[in-house]
Design a protein around this ligand. Structure first.
Ligand code: PHE
Length: 341
């Protein structure tokens, strides 16, 4: 019986040190010390042993029981320490990591496009000048040669604030302010918001323009073309070309609408082009030689004094550059849209 106890004891000690988890260890404990455990089974046979043998066997059994309990305790402690280590490792917090940065906003695509246009033209010597958005009817219309019966004066296009006062319909109103407030040469850019009573996928009641004006002795149409070619190349890429189509604006003579070659088609118009609709050209601005009447009204009487002016819609440029399909997206303030720029 002693031999049997020894065999069980040795076997159990091996199992204890091999137990890889607390659950496995518990199973070992039950298998030997439990009610139906190996040790208990052996001790049940004690009744059939002679009285002189009994104490010896009892003592041996107790001895094994104590050894096994000690071994279980030691193994349990080791497994618990390992489990704690593993948990600490998995829950490790690196307090030296940089904290999460706050979300930073971005400049609105219209602001970005305005800055870009201004930055390009400033390199050619243009200064920025601004004027009020609430303007007199005189400076918005009369002074830039838009007579009282001109269709642009129709109430449908213009927001009137009161008699003779309106929300400027274009930044051309700053042209006359510039010429009246300084003497020639004048070389200015007027960026800013303008207002027209109009709203659909390509028109908004408030939008932005950048207008340019250059008045000096001997300023020619070819100077205008040179400045606009440079602007087009800087905005749309080195291959960009421009073309001037005759057009009418009351404050210039001659006047032109200016197209830039489609930056998608690159000189070879493709029938299905999403951007130019297969024409190979994109209209980007209006321009022309300052009407002599404007120079006269500004008191610029120096012989040989000429000028050119041009004006463009900034939203239109931004829409082309970023392939934005609907102008209204610009002003809805949806961060999913704005985040892209
Ligand atoms: N003011 C014109 C517009 O708003 C643009 C323009 C400016 C055209 C200067 C010619 C010269 O449509």
């Amino acid at each position: 019986m002693i031999a049997k106890l020894d065999a069980i004891g040795e076997q159990v000690l091996k199992e204890i040190s091999a137990a890889a988890s607390l659950e496995a260890l518990e199973q070992v404990r039950v298998s030997v010390l439990g009610k139906k455990g190996a040790l208990s089974e052996v001790l049940k046979g004690l009744g059939s042993v002679g009285p002189e043998e009994r104490p010896r066997i009892g003592a041996a059994a107790n001895e094994w029981k104590r050894k096994i309990e000690d071994a279980l305790e030691v193994r349990k402690g080791a497994l618990e320490a390992a489990a704690l280590d593993a948990r600490l490792q998995s829950e490790r917090l690196d307090v030296s990591l940089p904290s999460r940065l706050p979300h930073r906003g971005t400049l609105h695509p219209v602001t970005q496009a305005t800055r870009r246009i201004v930055e390009i033209l400033a390199r050619l010597g243009f200064d920025v000048m601004t004027g009020p958005e609430i303007e007199t009817e005189f400076l918005n219309f009369d002074a830039v040669n838009i007579p009282a019966d001109h269709p642009a004066r129709d109430m449908q296009d213009t927001f009137f604030m009161g008699p003779g006062v309106l929300l400027r319909t274009h930044t051309s109103s700053v042209q006359m302010r510039a010429m009246r407030s300084q003497s020639w040469p004048v070389r200015i850019l007027c960026p800013g918001a303008v207002y027209r009573c109009d709203s659909d996928a390509t028109h908004s009641p408030m939008f932005h323009q950048v207008e340019g004006l250059w008045v000096d002795r001997g300023v020619k149409m070819s100077d205008l073309k040179g400045v606009l070619s440079c602007l087009a190349r800087e905005l749309f890429g080195a291959e960009a070309k421009i073309r001037l189509r005759p057009s009418y604006f009351p404050f210039v003579e001659p006047g032109a609408e200016v197209d830039v070659s489609c930056f998608q088609c690159k000189g070879a118009p493709k029938a299905g082009c999403r951007i130019c609709k297969g024409t190979g050209w994109l209209e980007i601005l209006g321009a022309g030689m300052v009407h002599p009447r404007l120079l006269e009204m500004a008191g610029f009487r120096e012989p040989g004094l000429t000028g050119f002016a041009f004006g463009m819609g900034v939203e239109r440029i931004a829409m082309l550059l970023h392939e934005i399909p609907d102008l209204r997206l610009m002003f809805q303030g949806d961060v999913r849209f704005l985040k892209q720029f």
